[in-house]
Design a protein around this ligand. Structure first.
Ligand SMILES: Cc1ncc(C[n+]2csc(CCOP(=O)(O)OP(=O)(O)O)c2C)c(N)n1
Ligand SMILES: [Mg+2]
Length: 318
């Protein structure tokens, strides 16, 4: 494996840990009744957003999913605006009108989370097409999961991206379930990267729990796209650490499989890389964790004390 600087490993670990703390904190806020509806935690998938976004540059694009908090954080999202959005506050990313599944920051290139499964795929494709027509060196990345891969738009978009050599990376986070439906029950070929060659598209499969493996492959995919050799289909194998959403006990997830994936916890793997490869001390790792926990506390304080949308303006932007 390539060598990574201590600063790089510390940055990756900070992102991994931030996503973990954000999701666990939001589950608490949900249980306190402060977040209404429900949301889909990214717990267990942290290394994918972290590794892929670290391979991108600021003027690239991402499109996300209904399980989108991790993508937004890894893209550099503001925790205060995120928590405020989840709490339906005026200070949120979308003035509290969107909530968990509609966080977007268009000017920053985050083209948004999406409540429509597969909905981010044609948006990412369109962003890549725009970049290609304008002759820019930007790359567009879509995050989607296994369920989305059986939506027709997956096939159409991959084909079109291939035909037009677009700078497009379709990341399939194969967490092996669409709600409670295991991927092997709904397709004969559950190694989803194997679909890419049928469209002449460069395809690769990575261990989605290993942030450096994800980063390395994402970096190669980005390089190909910038050289006009895109698109790339990148499948990252992973597993949720809990049910489909915050209220799903996930009773259909076999205990031994869950235990196996928890033993390959992406946040712990990132910490190990920082200590062993980055030669950071235990104290330095704790300092990162404390800073993240502090930032999260501030974000919660900001969101809780932020105003609700006023009755007069309630329908603004809706
Ligand atoms: C087009 C569409 N069909 C169905 C749904 C209902 N739905 C919400 S999440 C989900 C499962 C999605 O599975 P997957 O794409 O694997 O994403 P994951 O939940 O694993 O992140 C479904 C069917 C939806 N939101 N949109
Ligand atoms: Mg899935």
């Amino acid at each position: 494996m390539a060598k990574y600087s201590k600063a790089m490993l510390a940055g990756l670990y900070k992102t991994l840990y931030t996503i973990r703390v954000f999701e666990n904190s939001c589950i608490k806020l949900y249980r306190q009744g402060l977040i209404r509806g429900y949301f889909h935690p990214y717990l267990g998938q942290e290394a994918i957003a972290t590794g892929v976004c670290a391979a991108l540059e600021k003027d690239d694009y991402i499109t996300s999913t209904h399980r989108g908090h991790g993508h937004c954080i890894a893209w550099g999202g503001d925790l205060k605006k995120m928590v405020a959005e989840l709490l339906g506050k005026e200070t949120g990313y979308c003035s509290g009108r969107g909530g968990s599944m509609h966080i977007a920051d268009i000017t920053a290139g985050n083209l948004g989370a999406n409540g429509i499964v597969g909905g981010g795929i044609p948006l990412g494709l369109g962003a890549a097409l725009g970049a290609s027509i304008r002759g820019e060196r930007r790359v567009a990345v879509t995050f989607a999961s296994d369920g989305a891969s059986n939506n027709g738009v997956f096939a159409e978009s991959l084909n079109m991206a291939g035909a037009w050599n677009l700078p497009y990376i379709l990341v399939i986070e194969n967490n092996q379930y669409a709600v409670s439906t295991p991927i092997e029950e709904v397709t004969r070929v559950s190694d989803l990267y194997k679909r890419g060659p049928g469209y002449g598209v460069e395809s690769v499969c990575v261990d989605g729990n290993d942030v450096l493996e994800v980063y390395q492959q994402a970096k190669e995919a980005v390089t190909l796209c910038r050289r006009g050799k895109g698109p790339v289909l990148l499948e990252a194998k992973t597993y949720r650490h809990m049910g489909h959403h915050v209220n799903d006990p996930g009773a259909y997830m076999p205990e031994e499989t869950l235990a196996y994936y928890k033993s390959k916890d992406p946040v712990k793997i990132g910490r190990k890389y920082l200590l062993e490869m980055g030669k950071a001390t235990e104290e330095e790792a704790r300092d990162i964790e404390k800073a993240v926990e502090h930032e999260m506390e501030e974000a919660i304080e900001f969101a809780v004390t932020s105003p609700e949308p006023s009755l007069e303006e309630f329908l603004k932007e809706v």
